[in-house]
Design a protein. Sequence first.
Length: 471
Amino acid sequence: MTAVKLPGELVLVTNREPYSHERTSKGIICRKRVGGVVSALDSTMRKTGGTWVAWGSSKADFENGDVVKVPCSSPCYTLKRVKLSEKEREFYYRGFSNRTLWPVFHLFTEKAIFNTQFWKMYVKANTKFAKAVMDVATDDSFVWVHDYHLSLVPSMIQNTAHKIAFFWHIPWVSWNTFSKIPWRDEIFNGLLGSDLIGFHTKYYAQNFLECAEQLGFQVNKKQSIVHHGDRDVKIGVFPVGIDYQQFTSVKNRSHTLRSKIKGEKIIFGIDRLDYTKGILERMLAFKQFIEKNPQWKGKITLVQVATPSRTKVEEYRTMKHELDESVGCINGEYSTVDWTPIKYFYQPVSFDNLVKYYKMADVILVTPIMDGMNLVVKEYIAAKDTGVVILSEFAGAAEELKEAIIVNPYDINAIAEGIKEAVEMPEDEKKKRFMALKGKVRQKDINWWMEKFFSEWQKLYIPAHPESGSA
Ligand code: ADQ
C-alpha cells in the first residue's frame, strides 16, 4: 500500500484497456494488454483500487455488460469500457491519435496527416470518454486522464467540479513543431481543463510552458503555472518508474534460453514495432559492428523481439516490411551453418519470458529516435544483477540514467561504437555503472512516481493560510 492515499475514489481514464476479453476455442479468455501506459498504470490501480475507464477494443469485451472487475485472476478494481464505432476507431484512434498526434509529438511531422474528418471523430470519441467518466465519478472523485488520445477530456468534464489531473506519456515538443497542428488551440485548451499536468522530463515541461506563452497565456515559469481564466494550472515533472519488485522477484531461469543461443554475448532489444523506436537503425548498426569487428562473428547474437502494434495503420505495415527485409538481408549475408547473427521475433511474449530474455542478455540496446520515457530500459536494469545499457539520448530515461552508454540514434556509427564499448567493457566498470543505474531505478519506482504525483495533486486543494499579521 502506498503512504499517500487520495481522499476520494480514483477514476483513471486511458484509451487502451488494461485487460481484454477474447473469444477462443476454449471460451472467453481475459488477456493483459501490452504497452508502456498499461504496464505503468495497472500497478498503480492494483494498489489504489477505483475505476478505470477505457476503450473496450476486443469483440468479447461487452458480452457481460460494460463494467467488469479486473485483473481477472485477482479482481481489485473496476474497468468501465467505452464502445467505439468502426468509424471512430478508424478516424479517432488510427487516424488523429496515431497518424496526426503521434508523429508530430515524435518529430516525424513528414508522416503526419492533418485531416478534418480525423479531427471531428477525435472530438466525438473524446466526448464519449468524458460522458463515461461523468457516469462513474462523484464529487469526491479524483479524475486522472492519460495521454495524447484524450487531450480534450479535461475541459469536457470540468463543469462537474471534479478534481482533474492529466499525465502526458509521450514527448511534448517545442512551439515550432506543436504550432503545425491546425487544432493546436483546442488541444491546449482541452488539457488546461486539468488542475495538474504531468510530464516525464523537465525538457517536455519547459516546451509546454513555451507553447502556453506563444498561445498568449500568462505563465509563471518559476512556479510552473499557466494562468487560464480565473484558474491556475500546475505543470509538473514526474518521470515514470516501473514495478521494481515485480522484476526482481522472478527467479533466474534464463539458462535454458541462453544455452540455445550460440556465442559469448547476447544483445537484446524489445519494443512495440514502431518507427519511433529506432529498430531499423539498430539493425544497421549491428551490421556495421559485425563488418568492422569480424573477430566477433559467430560470437555475438542480437535478439530482437517486436510486438505487433497498430497493424492497421499504413506506416506500421510499411515498417514491418522494411524490418523483415533488413533482418533477412543481414542474416542472409552473414549467417553460417551454426550461427545466425539476428534472432528476430514478431510476437508478444509473456511476462515470464520477458524476464528470462532480460536475464540472459549481456547488453540491452534501446535506441528510440524519440521516446517519452522508455520502460524497457528500466525493466532490464531491475531484472538483472549486472549488464550493460546502451540508451538513446532522445529517450526520456536518458535524463536520469546517465551511467548508460548514451548514443545518438540517428548516428549508426555511434550505435555500432556503443555496441563495441558495451561488449568489451571491463568487469569493474560494468559493475560500477550498473549498480548506479540499479540504485536509481529502485529508488524512483512506480510507487515513488504515484506518491509524488498524488501528493502534488492533493496540495492544490489545500486552502492557502491567510498571511499572519496582515491588516
Ligand atoms: P510505449 O511506447 O508502449 O509507452 P515503453 O515505455 O517502452 O513504450 O513500454 C513498453 C512496454 O511494453 C514495456 O513494459 C515492455 O515490457 C512491454 N513490451 C514491449 N514489447 C513486448 C513484447 N513483445 N511482449 C510483451 N511485452 C512487451 C508509452 C511511451 C513511453 C513511456 C510509456 C509510459 O511511448 O515513452 O515510457 O508510455 O509512460
